[in-house]
Design a protein around this ligand. Structure first.
Ligand code: AMP
Ligand code: GLY
Length: 440
């Protein structure tokens, strides 16, 4: 097991922290935050069995806004950290702040960068951010005509939150027409009341993360995830089957370009609109010949990208999150390990389609003993000391190593110790970084 190293901090408070969420991202955040000397109590709502080993858990769902606010008040929470996008879009940060509880995560107005793809694209256009050509449409004929103008493949997106399923890359006119009609016809509920038709960009994807306090930007680091379910990046899209950091495609120049041309202008534009963005901004980038373009914003850490970021973070995360809330992010610096971190997602067979829950998982203790390995829970349930699968993405088997090859070898060695016949994972996480050869 490895522990994050806590950096020097100028604060000497003892804080009660509420962390909202229950997935692998939140387990990784809890792992990092629990190592902070600033923490008095760390309570996760609702948390998961992995988080229960390092924090207290309160059985309140992340969308139960009323109970979360009431709980935070009665338990004298000093700082709430909101992991997932749904409560952020529903205004949990606003509600907590109105109740006098400091919160990390954007307001509902800020979270529109993720909750409305059309809003994000309009903001990019306004701020001169490099992004695909696009059009927002409520009318199918107008959407089809614009798709025809762009040519194929073309990207069709439901405007609202659709659990990562609202993006279709249509290869032909027939596919585009069917997708547009189905989205506008209600197949995605209210999320598809409007569609965004986008130019298809060819290149390599990467995720770049930055904190903002509404004015200042603190760039974290980059990562790459594997969204497709099968080896070789084939099969349907998922929430993410694995990730690694650093992302070799985000070299220093490309990352700088993404910060100055994409992240900083968007933070400035949100501020100019009177809705400053405070929290973590996740920029999904398409990089073509070293030039990054924005394909999506998310208003939260990526999952499983957060897991590898936390493993590489040397400094105490908590002062940085507090500074983002307090508007003093310019006083913070974060240090990162030079090592690579890699995460392999173990999912229930059938995911992202239908799958069953309730199968038993054994062997985690042996897996955790491997040097550099850390296992985060994403969808598990504990009963009488035994562990069971309780979701689609179930475990995040992560490892650090001197390079991505070594991190990959350790993660798969740990997976070999896990006895869970009803689960599966990709065997090639990290292939893109590894196929580039050693960094020079
Ligand atoms: P999202 O749910 O917005 O992350 O999109 C899912 C995936 O669709 C992305 O990870 C990309 O692989 C792909 N995608 C989205 N927008 C574009 C685009 N304009 N051009 C090419 N691929 C895209
Ligand atoms: N891993 C992709 C996401 O968090 O949206």
């Amino acid at each position: 097991m490895i522990q994050p190293i806590c950096g020097q901090t100028t604060r000497n408070e003892s804080l009660n922290i509420l962390l909202v969420g229950s997935g692998g991202r939140e387990h990784a955040l809890a792992w990092a935050i629990s190592a902070s000397p600033l923490v008095s109590r760390l309570i996760c709502a609702p948390g998961n069995p992995g988080m229960a080993e390092i924090a207290e858990c309160a059985a309140i769902g992340s969308m139960d806004l009323d109970r979360l606010v009431a709980f935070a008040k009665t338990n004298r929470i000093d700082f709430a950290i909101i992991g997932p996008e749904a409560p952020l879009s529903a205004g949990l940060a606003d509600r907590l702040e109105d109740a006098g509880i400091k919160s990390f995560g954007p307001s509902a107005a800020g979270a529109q960068l993720e909750s409305s793809k059309g809003f994000a694209m309009d903001l990019c256009a306004e701020a001169g951010v490099p992004a695909p050509q696009y059009r927002r449409c409520k009318d199918a004929q107008e959407a089809i005509a614009f798709a025809e103008r762009l040519g194929y493949p073309v990207v069709v997106k439901a405007d609202g939150l659709a659990q990562g399923k609202g993006v279709v890359i249509a290869q032909t006119r027939a596919e585009a027409v069917a997708t547009i009609e189905s989205m506008l016809g209600g197949a995605y509920g209210a999320a598809g009341d409007e569609v965004v038709i986008e130019e298809f960009l060819d290149g390599e994807e990467a995720s770049l993360f930055a904190l903002s306090d509404g004015e200042h930007v603190l760039t974290l680091t980059g990562a790459q995830d594997h969204k497709r379910v099968f080896d070789g990046d084939t099969g349907p899209n998922t929430g993410g089957m694995g990730a690694y950091s650093p992302a070799p495609v985000l070299d220093t120049r490309t990352e700088r370009e993404a910060v100055t041309r994409i992240i900083e202008p968007v933070i400035a534009a949100m501020r100019a609109r009177g809705t400053p963005y405070r929290g973590v901004l996740y920029a999904g980038l398409m990089i073509t010949r070293g030039e990054p373009k924005l394909i999506e914003f998310n208003c939260r850490f990526g999952d499983p990208e957060c897991q590898v970021l936390m493993l590489r973070l040397k400094s105490d995360l908590l002062p940085a999150l507090l500074a983002a809330r307090d508007g003093i992010l310019d006083s913070v610096d974060l240090r990162w390990r030079n090592e690579s971190a890699l995460c392999v997602v173990m999912a229930a067979k059938g995911y992202p389609g239908s799958y069953s829950i309730g199968s038993e998982i054994r062997g985690l203790d042996r897996a955790k003993e491997i040097e550099g390995v850390e296992i985060f829970h994403a969808g598990t349930l504990e009963k009488d000391g035994q562990l069971f699968a309780n979701g689609g993405r179930v475990l995040n088997v992560c490892a650090t190593g001197k390079d991505v090859v070594s991190a990959q070898e350790r993660a798969y060695r740990a997976i070999a110790c896990i006895d869970w016949p009803e689960g599966f994972c990709r065997q090639d996480i990290g292939w893109r970084a590894i196929s580039r050869g050693p960094a020079v």
